[in-house]
Design a protein around this ligand. Structure first.
Ligand code: NDP
Length: 446
């Protein structure tokens, strides 16, 4: 019955949103979890909450024309998906990557709605970005693009309306250029973006928050089996913002991180990536904007070109790069090699087949909307500090982040417990859904 309802719903959704495969995948994953719950609570059906949550409140698409260093005109497409504002202003990152499409951003915005709800903070869900590729561009070109992108976006955002942040391809440099242009156009210095620089409204711990939060979540998952990260072998994908700080916290918690990757391949360092080696990665990626292969040359370890790290034997896997980076075969390989805990730093890194393998094997599987919610949670803390016009200490923000990750874990346990097993997928989806759905009912049909 539940399966039939999900299939029927998906058929209509696919017909209405043709070709948007990532968006279909994200909706299917959530509705597969919540359909049974909705069936038992007819008020959600009557208010047609499922149909309404899957329909963005507003979708903006705009041309971004800019001039490169050679004086040539370049044309990109900009987007902002304002998905749901039932529990607060739209909140979610901007992604600059050539693979960005409406489908990718709709999946991310949809996920963001439930994730933000789980954080316990008052934030709605949104996402945006462009098919612009910052890789290989000069600082001047990135600035030119960001200014032109904001020249349109500024009309649609604001500290009480929509507060974007970073995501793939959008870090501190890009947020700076975007904020500068917003301020110029509006003549207002407000908390309109998060991930800002520390001396102009940013929060301590925001750069670290997604990676640290993922590890706090993993720590909670392991504690349910009376285990910890101590001496565990950890495989991480990606080498950007999330991967870097996941690596740092995993190392601090006593684990041994043996891989990092980028879109060219992965490095395997059986000695483990310590603080000194991570400092090299951070400088390589954030300052020199180089490739992870250089790590292998520098530290004399293996670089595996064109592959992802899931073939490496590990206890814990932390996908921190991009969507659909673990397929069914990768998942089988991980489980066969003894991996018993997966914490998703990235958004939707596991395909539906991979999730089935993890749940079937009853390993600890923390989906992104729960495990990586520390980033947006700390963005929420940055918003609070901006509103109060004061800044909390590093310890204070870290402590709040830790409490939020524990609260998210507790919600997953409350709604996901199946006997001795915790189905974190169901837990996160149902807990995130209830708060948003109830707020929508309270606010009437719109
Ligand atoms: P960054 O741009 O800092 O890093 C992205 C990393 O992933 C890079 O190493 C990049 O390699 C790699 N990557 C990107 N696309 C691909 C691809 N198609 N195939 C293989 N590798 C790829 O982004 P973040 O670290 O901020 O984001 C990583 C993930 O975490 C994303 O899924 C994002 O949505 C999610 N996330 C981020 C949050 C944040 O606060 N930043 C919050 C919550 C989730 P290369 O340099 O070669 O492109």
């Amino acid at each position: 019955m539940v399966q039939n309802n999900v299939s029927e719903f998906m058929e209509k959704l696919i017909a209405k949103n043709p070709g948007e495969t990532e968006f279909h995948q994200a909706v299917f994953e959530v509705y597969n979890s919540v359909m049974g719950f909705v069936d038992k609570n007819p008020k959600y059906k009557k208010a047609r909450i499922l149909e309404r949550i899957a329909e963005p409140e507003r979708m903006l698409t705009f041309r971004v024309a800019w001039v490169d260093d050679k004086g040539e005109v370049q044309v990109n497409r900009g987007y902002r998906i304002q998905m749901n504002s039932a529990i607060g202003p739209y909140k979610g990152g901007l992604r600059f990557h050539p693979t960005v499409t409406a489908s990718v951003l709709k999946f991310l915005a949809f996920e963001q709605v439930f994730k933000n709800s789980l954080t316990t903070l008052p934030m709605g869900g949104g996402k945006g970005g462009s098919d612009f590729d910052p890789k290989g561009k000069s600082d001047n070109e990135v600035m030119a693009f960001c200014q032109k992108f904001m020249q349109e976006l500024f009309r649609h955002i604001g500290p009480d309306t929509d507060v974007p942040a970073g995501d793939i391809g959008v870090g501190g440099r890009e947020i700076g250029f975007l904020f500068g242009q917003y301020k110029k156009l509006r003549n207002e210095f407000t908390g309109v973006l998060t991930g800002k620089g520390l001396n102009w409204g940013g929060s301590l711990i925001r750069p670290e928050a997604t990676g640290y939060g993922a590890l706090y979540f993993v720590e909670e998952m392991l504690a349910t089996r009376k285990d910890s990260l101590d001496s565990k072998i950890i495989v991480i994908s990606g080498s950007g913002n999330v991967a870097q700080y996941a690596c740092e916290k995993a190392h601090q918690m006593g684990g041994k991180v043996v891989t990092l990757s980028d879109s060219d391949g992965y490095i395997y360092d059986p000695e483990g990536i310590n603080a000194q080696k991570l400092a090299f990665v951070i400088d390589l990626k954030n300052v020199k904007r180089g490739r992870i292969k250089d790590y292998a040359t520098k530290f004399g370890c293996k670089f595996v070109a064109g592959k992802r790290p899931w073939e490496v034997k590990c206890d814990v896997a932390l996908p921190c790069a991009t969507q659909n980076e673990i397929d069914g075969n990768d998942a089988k390989k991980l489980v066969k090699n003894g991996c018993f805990c997966v914490g998703e730093g990235a958004n939707m890194p596991s395909t539906p087949e991979a999730i089935e393998v993890f749940l079937g094997a009853k390993i600890l599987y923390g989906p992104g909307k729960a495990a990586n919610a520390g980033g947006v949670a700390t963005s929420g803390l940055e918003m609070s500090q901006n509103s109060m016009r004061l800044g909390w200490t590093r310890e204070e923000v870290d402590q709040r982040l830790n409490c939020i990750m524990k609260a998210i874990h507790a919600q997953c346990v409350e709604y996901g417990k199946q006997g001795n097993f915790i189905n974190y997928v169901n837990g996160a989806n149902i807990a995130g859904f209830i708060k948003v759905a109830d707020a929508m009912i309270d606010q009437g049909v719109m």
